[in-house]
Design a protein around this ligand. Structure first.
Ligand code: 5GP
Length: 190
């Protein structure tokens, strides 16, 4: 298929601004869109299920996947490895399913270099204060982890204008619809 790369949607945004919620609303409300499951060495949070939220791997297992060339890209973020398995992307875009990657900025730049026709979208919180408030209310990280994520977020914000589109997450449902419209209009363009 000629335009299969257009089925690939890459979403980034600082940790804790609700981009996962936005993406899940979009997936719930529109058929034919699926999330790629990344691999990580980060410990699972209480609600997370192996193979659903992430493939949770040990460091040696992750390094094995890298050595075997199983990943499109991978990075070290806040002390843990994260990477996108090739098969997660390929099996979807070939079938015309929209494949969504929710990944950080370096990974997104690597994916864009590899799949130039993919669509990249950066989601931001309405303000930096609101961003910190959302990150704190989630309370899945300790204070040091939170600070680290805010520090990374500031660097990430500087990358926002390298993305094809930027969206402000003022309201997750509305933001999800705007995200859907972006990917659909790219897919149906000549
Ligand atoms: P978290 O620990 O909050 O689940 O994720 C931390 C950061 O890693 C988030 O910005 C998330 O989007 C990013 N991330 C998750 N999976 C991947 C991946 O496969 N590759 C890259 N480059 N980043 C990822």
């Amino acid at each position: 298929m000629m335009h299969e790369e257009r089925n690939l949607l890459v979403v980034s945004g600082p940790s804790g601004i609700g981009k996962d919620t936005v993406v899940s609303y979009m997936i719930q409300n529109h058929p034919g869109i699926e999330l790629a499951v990344s691999a990580t060495t980060r410990p699972a949070r209480d609600y997370e299920v192996d193979g659903v939220h992430y493939h949770f791997l040990s460091v040696p297992q992750f390094e094995q996947w890298v050595a075997e060339g199983k990943l499109v890209e991978y990075i070290n973020y806040a002390g843990n490895y994260y990477g996108t398995p090739k098969c997660e992307v390929k099996k979807r875009i070939e079938k015309g399913i929209v494949c969504v990657l929710v990944i950080e900025v370096n990974g997104a730049a690597n994916v864009k270099a590899m799949y130039p026709d993919c669509t990249t979208v950066f989601i931001i919180a309405p303000s930096m204060e609101e961003h910190e408030r959302r990150l704190r209310s989630r309370a899945t990280e300790d204070e040091a982890g939170m600070r680290e994520r805010m520090r990374i977020a500031e660097g990430e914000m500087a990358m926002a204008d390298t993305y094809d589109f930027q969206l402000v997450n003022d309201d997750p449902k509305a933001c999800a619809e705007r995200l859907f419209n972006i990917v659909e209009s790219r897919r149906t363009a000549d």
